[in-house]
Every structure is written in C-alpha cells, then in structure tokens.
Write a protein that binds this ligand. Sequence first.
Ligand code: C5P
Length: 249
Amino acid sequence: MERELPGSGMTESILPERKLLYKGKSKSMYAGNDDRTCILEFRDSATAGNGAKKAELEGKGALNAEISHILYKYLEENGIETHFIKMLDDTRMLVRKVDIVNVEVIVRNIAAGGFSKKYGVPEGTPLKNTVLEFCLKSDGYGDPMMNESQITAIGLASQEQLETMKDMALRINSLLYALFDRCGITLVDFKLEFGTYDGRIILADEISPDSCRFWDKATGDKLDKDRFRRDLGDVLGAYREVLRRLRDA
Ligand code: C5P
C-alpha cells in the first residue's frame, strides 16, 4: 500500500527509494522530485567528538525535525530566507536544493564549550558583544576555525557572501534569542550553515538542540546536546522540553 503524504504529491513508499545524495552524522539528504528540491531526513543517530561517541536515541530525529520546522517558519515570517519548504512526515522535510557553503558559522552570546576551553573563559561568562566564528566544514580536518581572508583566499565564499552571512547570522541571533527568552531559555550559542540558491545566500541545514546550546533560565539546566556529550542523562527529555516550550510560545 502507498500512502499519499499530505500536500507533497508523493507517496510514502516512493520516498525510501530516492537517491541518497549525502549521509551526514545525524541527517541524510535525498534527491527531490526535481533538481530544485531535496528531502532532508533527520535521523535518530547522535554523535559527539567528531564521531568518537555514538548512540541511537529513538525519537531524536522527529524532535529535531519539528524544532527546526518551528524555527524555520518563525525565521521566514521574520524575513530570513531558509531552505525549508514543507514537512513531508515526522522526520523528513522538503527543502530547496542549495550549493552549500563549506563554512560553519558559530554565534555565541555566552562563553561555553569550545570557546571556554580554547580561551580559558569560564562557562557562563556573558560576552560583551556577540561572537561570530567561521569554521571549515570538514570532518576530516576537524572543522578548524578560519578567518575571512583564509575563506576568500581559497574561494569557499566571496567577501560579499561573507558579509551577507554575518548580517543574517546576527539577525537570526536577535530573533532566536528573543523567541527562546519567551520560552524561559537562554540561547547560549549555535551553529548555522548557509547555501546559495539562485545566486542568493539562504539559511540551510538545521537549528535544533543538536546544533545549539540552550540553558533553562530558571535552573541553568542544559537542554541540548551537551546532555549527550557530557553524559548528563535524559537527552530526549531535554529535547522534548524545548519543543514543548516552543509550541507554547
Ligand atoms: O563546540 P563549540 O563550543 O565550538 O560549539 C558551539 C556551538 O556550535 C554549539 O551550540 C554546538 O552545538 C554547535 N556546533 C555544531 N556543529 C559543529 C560545531 C559546533 O552544531 N560541528
């Protein structure tokens, strides 16, 4: 039996046969119906330390897909162009096919994680200004940090594209910070990826507890992938809590 996926014009049994374009650590990208779209699947796989630690967390894919869906819709409503088109089912979304810019953009409001480790700034220290970092998107080289002249020198992005990415990253930060604040959550830091579509830079990838640090404003509890990285337990409970609060916001 084939089940028609609401509004997608596709049937469920067709989706799994689609050509796998790319399999990342927690998401897979499949060919869409045409060369303008792809199907992004959020899987249950969790990894940390560049794949050194691995687990399957049942339901994580659906939680991250729905959280990303809510955040993409919110950003689109506020003038940020994203790759999101529509949900196909619980774990799969139809997205615009972009040429990914192989640069990860990290935005930090509070010192934590890699920043604290690298620069000896205690976790939780508020930053006097928003920090923007660029990293090469490369598991093989461990995502090393890059400066703008390095990025333009090897043609990963033009200076104009970098300016657009910086401007969008700061606008996304303001929008998300305000939204999470209403949810009783501090947006500590997060990672973005961009791609080009019709020559424009648009937001790609995901925005989820896998790619952000969320701290409960009242208790300081971590509501993100640090629960997995640091063996704090109840990873999915934290992800569910983020989704519950976003739905109520
Ligand atoms: O590890 P670090 O402190 O540099 O991470 C900053 C933010 O970027 C965190 O929210 C982390 O989850 C996210 N990140 C990511 N993917 C990476 C590197 C960092 O989602 N490859």
